[in-house]
Design a protein around this ligand. Structure first.
Ligand SMILES: O=C(O)[C@H](O)[C@@H](O)[C@H](O)[C@H](O)COP(=O)(O)O
Length: 246
């Protein structure tokens, strides 16, 4: 039985704080159960606000951060120091967790355009990294929590409606992204759906139609967010303005 949950918070800030509290607890639970936690983080305004809220939450001392692996669900294929990179935007979170024992070797980045000739090369390298950290010959570690933002067009990670997709496990290159920048690296839907828990982070009235469509029926190509499902739970963590059409 897969738990499907919708939690509605008052506004974007309350949503970020609620997700942060939930994430800290989930990471502690994963480490207690398995000695390690694999967490997929996301960019976007709510994704980054959530990471900042984790960094500022006093309860973050309850986590053994040296046992936590961070991954990115998608990344923009741009220069390493570009402000467009999710990893650059998330740096304040990682810096805050350094003093709590975070191992930087466990923060797994997708390649940038300084290091790789193409998004295809960066995606292949990320796919290999996922396999190297997996056990029992799997294609990727079992992610305890995989967080995704959702665009007003219902895209998740860099999987846009009626755009590049793959049934393979791992990461793919995405070009001509409808949202700039155009070149990206993204986990595939098949990989996203290997996670124990997938959390969708959604705020804002402009997301209301896509949010409602995603609850209506599964249509991966037209409404990518509708196809997302964790093996144990799928949680929609949203704010009131995004929930108006539910
Ligand atoms: O790669 C991107 O262009 C963004 O990161 C994007 O995928 C974002 O996650 C969603 O659009 C939700 O973003 P907001 O939380 O800012 O609405």
């Amino acid at each position: 039985m897969i738990a499907r949950q919708i939690v509605i918070h008052e506004d974007a800030n309350a949503t970020a704080q609620g997700i942060a509290a939930r994430l800290i607890t989930s990471i502690a639970d994963a480490i207690a159960a398995r000695g390690v936690a694999h967490v997929v983080v996301t960019g976007g305004s709510l994704g980054i606000a959530t990471l900042v809220a984790v960094a500022q939450n006093p309860a973050n001392i309850a986590v053994n951060w040296s046992a936590v692996h961070f991954w990115w669900g998608d990344e923009r294929f741009v220069a390493a120091d570009s402000a467009d990179r999710n990893a650059v935007q998330a740096e304040p979170l990682f810096a805050a967790l350094d003093s709590l024992g975070l191992e930087r070797a466990n923060v797994h980045m997708t390649g940038d355009s300084d290091s790789y000739a193409s998004a295809e090369d960066a995606a292949a390298a990320y796919t290999q990294l996922l396999a190297e950290e997996a056990s029992d010959g799997a294609a990727n570690p079992v992610f305890d929590v995989l967080m995704l933002g959702m665009g007003p067009d219902s895209h998740v990670a860099s999987l846009f409606p009626n755009h590049t997709r793959s049934d393979e496990l791992g990461a793919i290159a995405v070009h001509d992204s409808p949202k700039p920048p155009p070149h990206r690296v993204s986990l595939t839907m098949s990989t996203i759906n290997t996670a124990r828990e997938v959390w969708l982070l959604v705020s804002g009235a402009e997301k209301a139609p896509a949010l409602a469509a995603a609850q209506h029926e599964v249509n991966e190509l037209a409404v990518p967010a509708s196809a997302v499902q964790g093996t144990e739970a799928t949680r929609w963590l949203i704010d009131r303005s995004a929930a108006t059409l539910l």
